[in-house]
Design a protein around this ligand. Structure first.
Ligand SMILES: Cc1cc2nc3c(=O)[nH]c(=O)nc-3n(C[C@H](O)[C@H](O)[C@H](O)COP(=O)(O)O)c2cc1C
Length: 315
């Protein structure tokens, strides 16, 4: 299983907030304060180190943890997340950390943290006060943790950790996806607009790389008319962990012009005549979905010697 360990070194809670926010997105994952970090990391395929900037003391507990436990990170995927007020300081510290863990391909990022004067210990308060007067800056709260940036981080990290290592040739992934989609005929279509989210179970047709849905109407059009980003999934019922099959597709949706050539062609593939459809006392809408990304969790890939989750991006 692709399990993630998150370790944070945080004095005033910013790093902790980041760790606990990204944890469920990265799941299966567990987040620990570095002071309570497990010594045995064999269950974990991925490790995220989150450390906040404190001058020359930045990330010192994480560094000791790595050294004291002689962590072998060679077969792990590693994320380094630096939290602080000054990006330049952050980039320097990330470089240093990257050398310590000796992982050239580590995922690295800097996130702006925050410093709230009221929270500081008296020692830190006087240190910061001196610093502010030295650089002629008002002694005041600084920085603001941006929640959206934390969510972006969680998405980027998840994509990094989920990139399969054992990948079949693209034509095999594509073939398996196509044959699964052709075998099924019902998907769950997710649409959204502002706070309105809707999932709709609906019949589809997969044809020549696109997905077509014929619909009389409904609330999904609130999303579709305002936001062409959609997500849909097609899956088998769960039986056991060795028999997983679920396809998630992200893509763009468009409405086909009624009575256009493409509209008539789609109907005719369904053996529906435009004359009959035009006689109906209501409009028939056709949604075309152009897939941009397929994520296919399919145990068959594992049986073939690959990672069970594969990603396919159509050209
Ligand atoms: C005593 C002290 C020293 C700091 N030193 C730096 C620094 O060298 N560079 C920087 O960018 N931020 C510095 N900061 C800002 C912190 O990195 C920032 O407040 C961060 O969000 C704290 O994270 P935490 O809440 O996880 O401890 C310092 C803050 C304090 C209180």
């Amino acid at each position: 299983m692709n399990v993630t360990l998150i370790l944070y070194e945080s004095k005033y809670g910013t790093g902790k907030t980041i760790a606990n926010t990204i944890c469920p997105v990265l799941g299966p994952a567990k987040s620990f304060d570095i002071n309570e970090a497990p010594q045995d990391i064999k269950y974990y395929s991925n490790i995220v180190f989150i450390f906040s900037l404190y001058g020359s003391n930045s990330g010192e507990k994480i560094i000791s943890y790595i050294r004291d436990n002689q962590l072998d990170l060679s077969k792990k995927r590693v994320g380094l997340v630096c939290v602080g007020l000054n990006k330049e300081d952050g980039l320097k510290q990330i470089k240093k950390m990257k050398e310590i863990i000796n992982k050239k391909d580590a995922f690295t990022t800097f996130i702006e943290g925050e410093m709230i004067i009221e929270k500081l210990t008296s020692e830190d308060k006087s240190q910061i006060k001196d610093f502010c007067s030295k650089i002629k800056t008002p002694f005041d709260d600084l920085g603001k943790l941006d929640y959206d940036k934390v969510l972006d981080l969680s998405k980027n990290l998840r994509e990094y950790f989920n990139t399969p290592q054992f990948i079949p040739p693209t034509n095999i992934t594509k073939k398996e996806i196509e044959s699964f989609l052709k075998n099924k005929n019902t998907c769950t279509l997710a649409t959204c607009y502002k706070n309105f989210v809707r999932t709709t179970p609906i019949e589809y047709e997969y044809y020549d790389g696109n997905i077509y849905i014929i619909s009389e109407g409904g609330l999904k059009f609130i999303g579709l008319l305002n936001n062409n980003n959609i997500s849909l999934c097609v899956y088998e019922n769960y039986t056991n962990m060795n028999n997983l099959c679920g396809l998630q597709i992200g893509g763009d949706a468009e409405l086909i012009e009624p009575r256009s050539e493409e509209y008539i062609e789609i109907l005719s593939r369904k053996e529906l005549k435009i004359e009959n459809i035009s006689k109906l006392p209501f409009d028939m809408n056709i949604i075309k979905i152009i897939p941009k990304k397929y994520e296919f969790l399919y145990s068959k890939f594992k049986q073939l010697g690959f990672d069970s989750k594969q990603i396919y991006i159509p050209k």
